[in-house]
Design a protein around this ligand. Structure first.
Ligand code: SAM
Ligand code: SF4
Length: 331
């Protein structure tokens, strides 16, 4: 049975309902993914990210509007020393039933039990390839073994959901798909491939490595994988299952037709700006209201902005807004 749809006041002009907030808590990252921060994070402005108090106020205000799921992202959210406290504050917010985090997994093995105890319910670990040399080449860190040990540590806990995010890259197709399928044969885990997206900084990498999601879809269907029925909060991912495999393989195809029709998420940057779309421009300042603790004014500002949310991104026209890389906003 599908879970019931939570009530939300966050509805846009196209009738889309938003019960999911992606909150970036830092722009800093310790990895150098080739499509995101190939030269590593460079500090260009003072690092003034939302504090745990601001995060708690923000989460409360969004929860009052109907947000039930909050994902912590970045940059790399786990480079923050207060990540455990942040998880606990978000998890303790009335109305929030899911606290999710997307991480590159560098310190997962050591900390995942503590994060689970603090209230983390959904964990996404980014692993683009299961080939150690290729992982090192993509991320700049020869740490695939550590990250996978962290995934297994998470699976050994009673975490409601552990998933892997993989960017769909030309070099990982074919044999790379075989490796991921083998990985999920005995593990109850979803590996979700997301099509590489063009951003301001990755033109050359995108041109060399973008692969259409259709390639993976054809690969899966040719091997008997079947798309499963989607739950209301699945967002734009389509997941495939197979009777011989415990895990699932998913596809998120932002360049596919109708991708934005099921948009269910709002974003807030690490500096407290509301972003209505990953590939939009600018953002709506919320931090002044957080500092003064004015949840009603914040709700009014968010609802007014949401009324102007565009029907979809314009990536196919080569318009990626002012997004230079996803570390800037949280993917
Ligand atoms: N550092 C964390 C991580 O990598 O999991 C969280 C932030 S990262 C920006 C969030 C997700 O966005 C990761 O799964 C990453 O692989 C993905 N990502 C980054 N740049 C991307 C791009 N240009 N196209 C598609 N996915 C991208
Ligand atoms: Fe860092 Fe995540 Fe970007 Fe990789 S994708 S550079 S881990 S923010």
């Amino acid at each position: 049975m599908q879970p019931s749809r939570p009530v939300t006041r966050l509805v846009d002009g196209f009738g889309r309902r938003f019960h999911y907030l992606r909150l970036s808590i830092t722009e800093v990252c310790n990895f150098r993914c080739a499509y995101c921060l190939p030269d590593g994070f460079k500090k260009t402005t003072p690092l003034s990210f939302l504090t745990p108090d601001e995060i708690e106020r923000l989460t409360r205000a969004f929860a009052r509007l109907g947000v039930a799921k909050v994902r912590l992202t970045g940059g790399e959210p786990t480079v923050r020393r207060d990540i455990g406290e942040i998880i606990a504050r978000v998890a303790g917010t009335p109305g929030v039933s899911k606290v999710a985090m997307t991480t590159n997994g560098w310190n997962l093995r050591r900390h995942v039990a503590g994060w689970r105890a603090a209230g983390l319910t959904n964990l996404n670990v980014s692993i683009d390839t299961l080939d150690p040399a290729s992982f090192a080449a993509i991320t700049g860190h020869d740490r695939l073994g550590d990250v996978l040990a962290g995934v297994d540590a998470a699976l050994a806990l009673d975490m409601p959901a552990v998933k892997i995010n993989a960017v769909l890259l030309k070099e990982v197709s074919g044999e790379g798909f075989d490796r991921f399928a083998e990985f999920v044969r005995e593990r109850p885990i979803a590996v979700r491939f997301i099509e590489l997206m063009r951003t301001g900084d990755n033109a050359d990498y995108f041109a060399a490595n973008h692969l259409s999601g259709k390639v993976l879809q054809d690969w899966l269907e040719a091997r008997g994988w079947i798309a499963r029925t989607r739950a209301f909060d699945d967002g734009p991912a389509v997941e495939f299952e197979h009777p011989d495999y415990l895990g699932r393989i998913g596809l998120i195809a932002p360049y596919g037709a109708g991708f934005c029709d099921s948009c269910n998420r709002l974003r807030v940057t690490a500096r407290g700006k509301l972003r209505l779309c990953l590939f939009g421009e600018g953002g709506i300042e919320l931090r002044d209201l957080l500092d003064r603790n004015e949840p009603d004014a914040l709700a009014t500002r968010v609802l007014a902005a949401l009324a102007g949310k565009a029907s979809g991104h314009r990536l196919v026209d080569g318009d990626f807004g002012d997004t230079r890389q996803l570390a800037q906003l949280g993917g």
